[in-house]
Design a protein around this ligand. Structure first.
Ligand code: MN
Length: 735
């Protein structure tokens, strides 16, 4: 392993003074240094070195990244809350709120130990915290990366188990973050260190392969450098040129990933040319291509189309002497700095320019196209599980590898296989929702067309349209997926809310019907209290269920009023019966006369109970006068000599006649109540009600004794009863 030199206090200040000169800034850094040294006094690292060595190195790495004085001070203090007795409050008092805030955020990231792939839930929760902290303040992740880098450099003192665990986490989480932020030198070092601890055998194997070819390679590279140098000097272009070696992990990764043998990895012979201007880059490319044969399809213009981590450069692959293949990178000094240090280079500390964390965060979002998505993604993803969040992030941010462009040239990164719909949601949620067509490279294409790197995509939108469920079948980014789902479920919810108003009306009527005041029971809180007893999640759900006839309004009314009802429930029926206490009696016992005969004993036959308006006939009994039957009563022998015609007495509107109905219905809650309610609505006083349920068929037979003014009213009662839910038949008792 190549040893990184451990930095001293002197190194830190030396590095810092290359770009920070203000006395108050330097004083802040010195103060943080001496404060940390005091706080951690006596603490030792596993290596036996004083703890301060770690803090000094973290501060040093931050200085090489050109971090500001606040960040470097926070770097010195990053372990003080966790490892000493200092509180956030004390830090805020000793330094300032900003530093205290940074240290706290870094501490929080470290609070959950990484348990490796065996515990994905735990791991996801931990990683999510890192990303949330990073989305809020990029400086937190700079400190954390520097901390991790030094820990990785000194990992040899840990137990083997610890080495593997920390290396796996570094490879899974920190290296990808460094990559996304364009910090490739840190990323490469983290990857190689992790590789070394995780797979030492492969590490040495590749190191050995690289080493054996080194002399030969170095000679080839040196020859090429000389040739190019001569050529460019003749053109009078300012440049520097050097050979570069690929880091071991990337060689390993390519061998494993692309199933290539070591000697097939093309860019092993790599040369970089750094020049002054963008124009120089293209000029140099032109000269090189004029002299050496380029490998077709290998020219990449990342200057015109930067990578999403801001990386800019020209890449070409050329064939040199003896058929040797070289990968050449051409870029400006600025581009080179960004290629190495990414975000840190772009936002390097500039003295005299007031620092504003929020402003910087905003600028980063503007510049790093994925970062804005990432920040909103992290914001909106609050209700996702940690695992879902992590896998979405891995897919949408870390594994993005199709780069397409807007017509204005903005680069959008999308997962492999992404479609114009994915693109549309990246542009803006509303563009996604309103997308109706896509134009890719000037041709109209279906919305499920797979996009490729370099495609120029334009989305046609139309107001008043919305995503459809089929989109979910082909979109690739989890961002688009979750936006579509959110939209659809919002639509569903709105529809539900509309329909639920019907449920409210039904329930309110149900209560009214039962004699309960709706205004007392139609109370959201009261109803929410009973929601869980039905297959509903909330108030709207319940009302929707009622409206859709999935939930019985009578059962809800039952729970709300706390009065249980069924055919076997007497209590409420009694209550309803007692309401009809004013019963008008008919004048004489029967209300029937036999024309021409007075003072004859006339009784209504109890078998068929005729009422006013029915066709009737008298039957002369042997000892008990005349019984009045309905004309077609089965108990009357129609041809019998004892029949005598009779008529209804002159009718008084107040008079009432008794009748009995037999109702057959499927038994259910509130059946009897519903029946009784109909009777009272028809203003027919009830005398008695009795019900029996056949336990096999669950059919209820209800005998209902009531009073009516005439047969018309009785028929209307029957008609209304037949409309009651679950009622099978309603008939007058005929015998
Ligand atoms: Mn640390």
């Amino acid at each position: 392993m190549a040893e990184a030199k451990s930095a001293t206090e002197f190194d830190v200040m030396n590095e810092v003074q290359k770009y920070i000169t203000k006395e108050e800034s330097l004083a802040l850094i010195r103060h943080a240094q001496s404060y940390a040294s005091k706080q951690h006094e006596g603490q030792k690292r596993k290596s036996g070195e004083p703890y301060m060595v770690h803090l000094t190195n973290v501060a040093y790495i931050l200085a090489t990244l050109r971090a500001g004085p606040t960040t470097i001070a926070a770097g010195y203090l990053h372990d003080s809350i966790e490892d000493t007795n200092v509180s956030k409050k004390e830090l805020a008092k000793e330094f300032n709120e900003e530093i205290a805030e940074l240290v706290e955020s870094v501490t929080k990231i470290g609070a959950l130990p990484y348990k490796g792939k065996n515990d994905p839930e735990y791991q996801a929760a931990n990683h999510r915290k890192i990303f949330i902290a990073m989305a809020k303040d990029i400086r937190v992740i700079l400190i954390k990366l520097s901390d991790r880098l030094h820990n990785m450099r000194t990992l040899e003192y840990k137990s083997e188990e610890g080495q593997k665990r920390i290396s796996a986490e570094t490879l899974d989480v920190y290296a990808p973050i460094a990559h996304c932020l364009g910090m490739s030198s840190i990323k490469n070092e983290l990857e190689d260190l992790s590789f070394y601890y995780l797979n030492r055998e492969e590490y040495y194997h590749i190191a050995h392969l690289v080493e054996t070819k080194k002399t030969e390679r170095d000679a080839s590279v040196q020859q090429m450098i000389t040739d190019i140098t001569t050529m460019l000097q003749e053109q009078g272009i300012e440049f520097r040129i050097f050979g570069r070696s690929k880091h071991l992990y990337s060689i390993y990764h390519k061998m494993v990933d692309r199933h290539k043998r070591f000697d097939e990895i093309l860019d092993l012979l790599a040369i970089r040319i750094v020049t002054k201007t963008e124009l120089n880059c293209y000029e140099i490319l032109g000269y090189i291509h004029a002299k050496y044969k380029p490998v077709p399809g290998r020219l990449k213009d990342y200057i015109a189309v930067p990578k999403t981590n801001m990386y800019q450069s020209l890449h070409t692959t050329i064939i040199g002497e003896e058929g040797k293949i070289f990968e050449v990178q051409i870029r400006t000094e600025d581009m080179d700095a960004i290629a190495e240090r990414g975000v840190a280079a772009h936002w390097r500390y500039k003295e005299g320019k007031a620092y504003d964390a929020r402003q910087e965060q905003k600028e980063i979002e503007d510049k790093l196209s994925w970062f804005k998505d990432f920040a909103t993604f992290t914001d909106e993803a609050n209700d996702q599980t940690d695992l879902a969040y992590m896998s979405a992030l891995q897919k949408d941010v870390f594994q993005a590898n199709v780069y397409v462009m807007t017509p204005k040239g903005r680069v959008i990164d999308l997962p492999n296989g992404a479609t114009p719909i994915d693109f549309a949601y990246r542009i803006h949620t509303e563009v996604g929702h309103r997308a109706v067509g896509a134009i890719v490279n000037d041709a109209m294409v279906p919305l499920n067309t797979e996009l490729h790197t370099g495609d120029v995509v334009k989305i046609k939108t139309q107001n008043g349209t919305g995503p459809n469920e089929d989109w979910l079948k082909f979109v690739k980014s989890s961002q688009a997926k979750s936006k579509i789902k959110a939209y659809l479920s919002k639509m569903e919810q709105e529809e539900k809310e509309k329909v639920s108003k019907d449920g409210e009306r039904i329930l309110s009527n149900e209560l009214k019907k039962r004699g309960f005041a709706p205004e007392e029971y139609m109370d959201r809180k009261k109803i929410e209290a009973v929601v869980s007893q039905f297959s509903a999640n909330n108030y709207v759900d319940l009302m929707y269920g009622i409206a859709m006839k999935a939930i019985s309004p009578s059962s809800v009314a039952e729970k709300l009023t706390n009065v249980k009802f069924g055919t076997n429930d007497k209590e409420l029926v009694e209550k309803l019966l007692s309401r009809d206490h004013k019963r008008k009696r008919i004048s004489n016992k029967s209300g029937v006369v036999v024309p021409g005969i007075e003072s004859m004993k006339l009784d209504i036959a109890q078998c068929c109970l005729p009422v006013y308006g029915d066709e009737i006939v008298g039957y002369v009994t042997k000892s008990d006068g005349v019984k009045v039957h309905q004309k077609d009563c089965a108990n009357v022998n129609q041809s019998h000599a004892r029949l005598i015609s009779c008529e209804w007495e002159a009718h008084d509107a107040e008079w009432l006649y008794e009748s009995e109905l037999i109702i057959v219905a499927h038994d259910r809650n509130f059946l009897l109540t519903d029946i009784v309610t109909v009777i009272s609505q028809c203003k027919a006083p009830m005398l008695n009600v009795g019900a029996k349920v056949n336990q096999e068929t669950l059919l209820a037979t209800i005998h209902l004794r009531l009073q009516v003014h005439d047969v018309t009213q009785l028929n209307s009662v029957i008609a209304n009863l037949r409309k009651v839910d679950s009622v099978v038949s309603v008939d007058r008792r005929l015998q």
